[in-house]
Design a protein around this ligand. Structure first.
Ligand SMILES: *[C@@H]1O[C@H](CO)[C@@H](O)[C@H](O)[C@H]1NC(C)=O
Ligand SMILES: *[C@@H]1O[C@H](CO)[C@@H](O)[C@H](O)[C@H]1NC(C)=O
Length: 493
């Protein structure tokens, strides 16, 4: 939980730990529901599920907090305690090919500060159809190819997962080919054209066949591609990649033009049949703006800013093609490593301002939250305030801190405090940020007026006119405005 570094004294540690277990003991909640639900749909009643009083949610400033300023996809209805959909939830955009799509939020309550973790498990619906990366598959097959010869076809891709992904293919009926469907190592399915009746270039020098990919949703969706077969009278070998999967580490913020990985395929043929060129056969739109592939050398180069916080893994497929259009595929996985490039950010989540001067020591006057977009140590924060003020920060749940008073306040001595909060992460070198909070102390009528003298004596001559001054008295009161305004009156002796 990252509390280790925050504690100064053993006592504080125990306290923080106790708080933590106490609050988490309320339990976290997981809601599982399908993507693309309408805004305003009820996901569940969070108040009921956590055993909270719905009527107190408003008073306790219940709210949904996201980590690292990410978008908030759900909201809480403060009068009913219902958790509702607040924004479009598109599983494919959020989680891509991940089998499990979890969004995490926190429910924050104040008085006392309480934190609950809410996980939303987004189920896939069949809202995407299979798509082939190209409109046309060009194959060049020699007339000498024997019955049973196999020709690899590019895989169709479906942004949905599992049963909603590509499940089968069908080939338009024809005289020469049948289809064999294979499973690839990464779980995808692809087709192979199998020669069933031999070709004769003199009889037919080209064929067009329709290939259909289907997914396994209840409302099945499909995508098609045309296979254009040219019959040749030479023989040929397909290029072969040196690895089926290329894995490459990449440090974020690496300069443009850095070569991340080089793929290489060799082709046993000579001349134009053995000249291999490379291109991306499947790549996400984000990755397309980050990486470029050299057609000739197979170098994958950086062309955009690599930000770990935006994307930590990129996956793409590369196709190698020889001069006669025979192809093969390899997968490239680029793993981005984090560097400490984000300063911690300090958020003031709540503040009592001004504070009455008569509050007792230990009163919570503010709640502070520190967030750092980096991961692990680079994102672990330590938070402190300056020494010479009667306030301290008490680590609370996770990256929350309470600002509490440590002594009596006296407006007549100090009426304003500027409290500087410093947050520092544990990266090397560490990054820090500061925030200054202005706190005023509100007056309480706690000082009686005090006369400048204990007694006043005056001498006067007889026969003086009425209305002439005998002597003047002064009393002072250091309180504020009305509380410090002195009114004089004579009391009968
Ligand atoms: C606090 O900061 C403000 C603005 O910088 C300044 O005007 C004020 O005098 C400061 N107050 C104290 C008590 O230092
Ligand atoms: C005077 O003191 C009272 C409490 O004793 C407080 O409620 C009030 O706000 C104070 N007035 C001013 C002007 O600060």
């Amino acid at each position: 939980m990252g509390h280790k570094g925050f504690c100064v004294a053993g006592l504080v540690c125990c306290f923080a730990f106790f708080l933590l277990t106490l609050h988490y003991a309320y339990g976290d909640v997981i809601y599982s529901f399908p993507e693309e639900m309408k805004r305003g749909s009820v996901i569940g009643n969070i108040a009921k599920d956590l055993g909270l009083e719905a009527s107190r949610l408003s008073a306790r400033k219940a709210r949904i907090d996201t980590e690292r300023n990410r978008k908030r996809y759900c909201d809480i209805n403060l009068s009913t305690g219902d958790l509702i959909v607040a924004d479009r939830i598109d599983r494919e955009a959020l989680c891509g090919e991940k089998v499990s799509c979890l969004l995490r939020f926190e429910l924050v309550l104040e008085n006392p500060l309480e934190l609950h973790r809410i996980s939303l498990k987004i189920q896939d619906i069949n809202d995407n159809a299979p798509i082939f990366p190209k409109d046309i598959i060009k194959l060049e097959i020699t007339e000498s190819a024997v019955k049973g010869a196999r020709f690899l076809l590019i895989e169709a891709h479906d942004a949905d997962i599992g049963q909603h992904g590509v499940q089968s293919y069908t080939l338009e009926r024809n005289e020469h080919f049948v289809l064999a469907v294979q499973s690839s190592a990464d779980g995808g399915k692809y087709g192979e054209l199998v020669l069933d009746r031999e070709l004769d270039r003199e009889e037919k020098h080209e064929l067009k066949l329709l290939l259909t990919a289907m997914d396994g949703g209840t409302l099945q969706r499909s995508g098609t591609v045309v296979i254009h077969v040219t019959v040749l009278d030479a023989n040929d070998n397909a290029p072969v990649f040196s690895q089926a999967v290329y894995k490459a580490p990449l440090i974020e913020n690496s300069p443009l033009d850095t070569v991340v990985v080089t793929v290489s395929a060799t082709d046993a043929d000579e001349g134009v049949n053995g000249e291999v060129t490379y291109e991306f056969s499947r790549i996400s739109d984000t990755a397309r703006h980050m990486f470029a592939l050299s057609q000739k050398t197979g170098d994958v180069k950086i062309i955009g800013p690599i930000d770990f916080e935006e994307e930590s893994v990129y996956e793409m497929r590369i196709e190698a093609k020889d001069g006669y259009g025979l192809t093969s595929n390899a997968k490239v996985i680029i793993d981005v490593t984090d560097i400490n490039d984000n300063t911690p950010e300090i958020y003031l989540k709540s503040l009592t301002n001004p504070i009455p001067e008569n509050v007792s020591p230990g009163t919570e006057v503010g709640i502070i939250n520190v967030q750092d977009r980096d991961s692990e140590n680079n994102g672990q924060g330590r938070c402190s305030i300056q020494q010479n003020v009667p306030f301290k920060l008490v680590p609370s749940i996770k990256n929350y801190y309470s600002l509490v008073t440590t002594g009596e306040l006296d407006r007549e001595l100090v009426s304003d405090y500027n409290i500087t909060i410093t947050a520092t992460d544990e990266g090397s070198p560490p990054l820090s940020s500061y925030k200054t909070i202005q706190l005023s102390v509100a007056d309480i009528n706690d000082n009686p007026p005090v006369f400048m003298e204990q007694s006043y004596s005056a001498q006067m001559t007889e026969n003086n006119k009425s209305g002439s001054s005998v002597c003047s008295v002064t009393a002072r009161d250091p309180d504020w405005r009305q509380n410090g305004t002195v009114i004089y009156s004579l009391l009968p002796w």
